[in-house]
Write a protein that binds this ligand. Structure first.
Ligand SMILES: [Zn+2]
Length: 100
């Protein structure tokens, strides 16, 4: 299992929405992976924080999950790009332009 898989499944993991085998695999990875354990901790904090704060304006877990996945995956890519390839700055700028 990769960090990206953890990202994708982490909100279900927190909601007890996964079967025991998968949870076990995830827990194993999270225990060994510093970044994923940090991610899990941040997710937990963010979810409890937004649940407390957003009684009128609900933020779905999936949205929070997506945001953290993006951060996590980008962080990972940046590490890789530092050693293998130039940063993806031009790609990012193109995306930004498209949205407008
Ligand atoms: Zn990981």
């Amino acid at each position: 299992m990769k960090c990206e898989d953890i990202c994708r499944l982490i909100s279900e993991y927190l909601d007890d929405g996964l079967d025991l085998e998968l949870r076990g695999i995830m827990r194993e990875h999270i225990n060994l992976c510093e970044r994923c354990s940090a991610l899990l901790k941040t997710m937990k904090e963010t979810i409890s924080f937004t649940r407390r704060m957003s009684e009128t304006e609900k933020v779905p877990d999936a949205v929070i999950n997506r945001v953290y996945c993006e951060i996590h995956i980008r962080y990972e890519r940046r590490i890789k790009s530092e050693t293998f390839a130039p940063p993806e700055a031009s790609k990012y700028n193109k995306k930004k332009e498209k949205r407008r």
